[in-house]
Design a protein around this ligand. Sequence first.
Ligand SMILES: [Mg+2]
Length: 188
Amino acid sequence: MPDCSATRHIRAVFLDRDGTLIRDPGYLHEPGKVELLPGVAATIRALRERGVLLFLHTNQSGPARGMFPMSDVIACNRRMEELIGLESPFDGVCIADEPPGTQGGYRKPSPRFIAETIAAHSLDKAGCVVVGDKRRDLESAVAAGVWAIRISADRDDPAAAEYAAAHSFPTISRFDELMGLVSPRSAK
Ligand SMILES: [Mg+2]
């Protein structure tokens, strides 16, 4: 029997995009510049093979700021999926395109996407985790009542580090370290 005492049984992972799955140069909009962070492709495939549900939740205010069209965001998502090597790695995708300060939308730290997904898939909150690099990712988890893991693979964000420590959320520096913290729980 493997020792799973330090892991949590996880059924669904809510994944941030920029700085979590791919490098974050800031307002990424060119598919040619999409670069997966180490360990992402193999870990995404391993989680899927074990029946874990994966949801992509990304704040993208660039289109609302008039910086680039939404089609660029979608093209970057496609390129990321191509690099992961799966046609549809996610069970759901939320591109929160509201500008900062918008109330009631999907932009993190809003827990709306997480809450709606939990309801739609009849998930147990204890089996859900958010993985992200920014404080607002972790805040969305707290607001939704689920666990979170901070990742510092691309950038070590001090505000996120402080928030994670205050909430006893673990930090990983490579995406594949996720497999040491979660023990996949397959469908009921
Ligand atoms: Mg991010």
